[in-house]
Design a protein around this ligand. Sequence first.
Ligand SMILES: [Cu+2]
Length: 153
Amino acid sequence: MRHLIVTLLSLFIFGACSKSPEQLISIDNAWLREAPPGATALAGYLTIHNHNSEDLSLNNAVSEDFGRIEFHQSLEEDGVYKMIPHTHLNIPANGQLALAPASYHLMMIDPKRTLTAGDEVSLSLNFSADVSMTVVMPVTKATHTEDHSHHHH
Ligand SMILES: [Cu+2]
């Protein structure tokens, strides 16, 4: 009996202390906006949830299908749209950061192949605290997804 209690206790402690990336971070709504053939960059979107009690920083994003990936923020100033580059993105503790049209996005530059709706791209995200995650982003026609986001049934 004592042995069983010790085993259960150690399982409990172990479970509480080990955090896998999936427990720290979850990602949803990942998609890549289909661009005309020959486009030099595509915009990527996703929502990052931080389940940790400390802020996390997204420091780097890489994909085999692109030359490089930058973090941008679309802003409207005096009727002019600008894209502001960021070296990293902050995901607040127990909060989320939504990368979405007309806001933050991944600027995925120099595509290595032609990407059309229905294709999938693998993306690796590297965060602070040695956390990294890989997500699959479907390529989607912008109108389709935007129609959905505007209609809440
Ligand atoms: Cu951009």
